[in-house]
Write a protein that binds this ligand. Sequence first.
Ligand code: ATP
Length: 247
Amino acid sequence: MISVKSISKKFGKLEVLKDFSLEFELGNSYAIMGPNGSGKTTLIKTILGMVLPDQGEVLVKGQSIKGNHTYRSLIGYMPQIGRYPANMKIGQLFAMMKDMRPEIKAYDTELIAQYELEGMKDKALGTLSGGTRQKVSAALAFLFNPDILILDEPTAGLDPIAVEVLKKKIKNERESGKLILITSHILSDLEELTNRAVYIFEGEVYFADTVDSLKEITDEERFSPAIAKLMQWTLKKNTAKKSLSHV
Ligand SMILES: Nc1ncnc2c1ncn2[C@@H]1O[C@H](COP(=O)(O)OP(=O)(O)OP(=O)(O)O)[C@@H](O)[C@H]1O
């Protein structure tokens, strides 16, 4: 569904993605992990067309995204921090988004209902707490029932009840056959929500395979210790990379 092909991206002299290739398939949920600054958000923004690669290309459903914006309608994106016009009200934001997609007549309003956003429709976005803002971002990401969901630190800032609501939603969407990409530093969330693990180190794919294979390779039964081991290996500059990465 998404093919990232030999992407390289530099910011000034900093090489953030280095000849980076990965495939993401429908029906799977991918944990995108790596230390701070390893290139996770840059990868996501490249897929979204918000960062232009210096080399390589991204294909969605076999079509290059270069100069083609229609593919974006397949993707629901929940950013790390949603930035909205301060004076706009919640209700106005949802109405505006619906106006921008007139071809869509049926909406997924499950999160709007569960987060009780309807009752807050007259609240200005600039006055919202961080958690409520996250709820708005989550509800927007799912609103048009997209095939692909890209969720950047989705549970950060949400209270425990809101976290459980979102996790259940993500699991249901995956079971219905969607493609989900999640970045998070909360490994327990990733363990619950994903079946594929991608570990990025210094702009390169260090590991990309199933979570089961990750556990096997690291000889760990649980997700967190398995990731901790990968991290230790990278920090020790372990050179077993070629045999680890299945790309
Ligand atoms: N627009 C930009 N201009 C200059 N440097 C940038 C830009 N965007 C990202 N970078 C740099 O690229 C590197 C990778 O950043 P990126 O946000 O992709 O990392 P990340 O893996 O998502 O990190 P985190 O876990 O902290 O969110 C960092 O060193 C960052 O400072």
